[in-house]
Design a protein around this ligand. Structure first.
Ligand SMILES: [Zn+2]
Length: 306
């Protein structure tokens, strides 16, 4: 199958070796990134917090709530007013920093919205249950104006309340965890959904985009190609899962053993989740005969995902 970067200890290690935590770097005029020191298999070197604008700035993805990171973000903001704090989604590596940054800047927080307690009870993923945005955004809603006008794009699939943010006048998209350059994205049912994920890729592909700025890893310089590669990769995996099912290999753990290599224990759990997402799409589409219920061994959600 076509080779594409997937979460791997080697990729994460290399990115971490090059990481410069707490440093401030300009990725494009008016767009600064501060890297949080929260490296894991699924976050690469850590979370990118972006500071966007000139006299007035937006903070996109506050990251973890740790003093070192919050201080680095505040230093990068400097004396400038903060227009708002935007959250891509409520995994623990993205939204907890919103609370201290709100306290320090007085800015309002924005995001798709919190999940209900019933929905959050369905998963073991590391979810920020405390984050509730001051202003809940809907798909297509715009914020600000002029050069730094932002459009919120609802892109579930990795997580139900995931938003990407498009800088309208610069043709750039803050892609959160939906599209990353260093790795593919974990899609773990029941909150992850492969069909929605693919629809989100199609949605992003409709915009002319000069660069994507993900919440982990480096800037994506060729967004259209990356979206196409990620889609191809998912469809190739789908075929592999389908082939396993046809041969009677139906337990997610057995399918993972057949089609994935070089995974750490955490990533094995992530891979099981992805296989479940493919099975869900396969049988949800009613293309194939569903296996007997006791042939399908649910593994439960993995412990945590970026
Ligand atoms: Zn995430």
């Amino acid at each position: 199958m076509k080779t594409i970067a997937t979460p791997s200890p080697i990729a994460a290690k290399k990115l971490c070796a090059d990481a410069n935590y707490g440093s401030v770097s300009e990725v494009s005029p008016g767009i600064i990134v501060v890297l949080a020191e929260n490296p894991k298999d699924y976050t690469g070197p850590g979370t990118n917090t972006y500071i966007v604008g000139d006299e007035q700035v937006w903070i996109i993805d506050p990251g973890p709530s740790c003093d070192q990171h919050v201080c680095a973000v505040m230093a990068a903001v400097g004396e400038r007013a903060v227009a708002g704090i935007l959250v891509t989604h409520t995994h623990m590596d993205h939204s907890p920093g919103a609370a201290p940054l709100k306290q320090l800047t007085g800015a309002k927080t924005y995001g798709f919205g919190a999940l209900s307690a019933e929905v959050m009870a369905l998963t073991d993923e590391e979810v920020d249950v405390d984050f509730v945005p001051d202003l809940a955004l809907s798909d297509g809603q715009t914020l600000g104006d002029g050069a730094w006008q932002i459009t919120a794009l609802h892109t579930p699939g990795h997580f139900p309340n995931h938003m990407c943010y498009r800088l309208e006048n610069k043709g750039m998209i803050f892609s959160g965890d939906h599209v990353m350059g260093w790795s593919t994205t974990a899609i773990i049912p029941p909150l992850g959904n492969l069909k929605e994920y693919l629809e989100g890729l199609d949605k992003l592909a409709r915009y002319p985009t000069s660069a994507m700025l993900p919440s982990h890893g480096p800037v994506i310089e060729s967004p259209a190609k990356r979206i196409s590669d990620v889609r191809d990769h998912r469809m190739a995996r789908h075929k592999q899962v389908e082939a396993c099912v046809r041969r009677g290999v139906r337990a997610p753990s057995a399918i993972v053993e057949e089609i994935y290599t070089d995974l750490t224990p955490l990533l094995i759990e992530a891979a099981k989740g992805c296989v479940e997402a493919h099975l869900e799409m396969l049988f949800g589409d009613s293309v194939h005969e569903q296996p007997a219920r006791n042939d399908f061994v649910p593994t439960g959600a993995a412990s945590s995902f970026a």
